[in-house]
Design a protein around this ligand. Structure first.
Ligand SMILES: O=C(O)CCC(=O)C(=O)O
Ligand SMILES: [Fe+2]
Length: 230
């Protein structure tokens, strides 16, 4: 079974899109069979060995590329994509397999999600295993906020690193102010939630402002390939 329909990607165009907007949707896809297989892997993985968040509604399996051959194949595909797009040797650190179900309607679980993973450019390849819709908790990015020209002002004004962060390993950018993000979304012409078919692969610069929108209905299953800076 070929788990991915590998299309001929226009890699320079992918690179250009990531540089311009902070993300690019690939042509290659996971097959429906691969999506079903990985969903079953996530469901049957013992909860006691997984990371469970948001009141039991999120299940995260770290290092899943060493546990399941199809997830491993995603890691390999991801290495090929990253190495070609960025013309650098890329080796996946870990593949996270995860699922989200509707969260309890508590404010603290719904708000405070906008963040940067890092101030420096950092790349992740996501594969969404279920069709994502407005209510199922799509990944959402504020386009253009990965650019150095954008980051300078929030850095200088203390929005990304506050005085209280100094001398700690906490950074304000790990949990951004909602109102401030609203204003940035407005300036950027809106945030982009990835509403996509099952099997879609998306490369994201996670130094852009982003979040997983809370899942309110249905469910969402995904893979995410993690990399060090390169
Ligand atoms: O699950 C998502 O949609 C995004 C989560 C996130 O912020 C990340 O993986 O960096
Ligand atoms: Fe993130």
């Amino acid at each position: 079974m070929q788990p991915f329909n590998q299309a001929t990607e226009d890699f320079p165009a992918v690179r250009a899109r990531v540089k311009r907007q902070g993300f690019a949707i690939l042509q290659s896809r996971a097959t429906p069979e691969a999506c079903e297989h990985i969903k079953a892997f996530i469901d049957t993985y013992p909860a006691k060995d997984a990371e469970i968040n948001y009141g039991g509604t999120e299940k995260r399996i770290w290092g899943s590329h060493t546990m399941d051959p199809i997830v491993e194949a995603f890691g390999e595909l991801s290495d090929q994509v990253m190495s070609t797009v960025f013309k650098a040797q890329a080796k996946v650190k870990t593949v996270l397999s995860y699922s989200n179900y509707p969260i309890p309607a508590e404010d603290r679980l719904i708000t405070g999600r906008w963040h940067l993973d890092s101030l420096r450019h950092q790349y992740k390849l996501f594969c969404f295993l279920t069709r994502t819709e407005e209510q199922t908790g799509p990944l959402e990015v504020v386009p253009g906020t990965h650019r150095t020209a954008f980051k300078l002002w929030p850095l200088a004004s203390g929005q990304y690193i506050s005085r209280a962060d100094l001398g700690t390993d906490k950074r304000r950018y790990q949990k951004l102010d909602e109102q401030w993000v609203d204003a940035q979304c407005h300036k950027a012409g809106g945030s982009v939630p990835f509403l996509c078919e099952a099997g879609t692969l998306i490369l994201v610069d996670t130094s852009a402002i982003h979040r997983a929108r809370p899942c309110l209905k249905g469910h969402r299953y995904a893979l995410c390939a993690y990399y060090d800076h390169f």
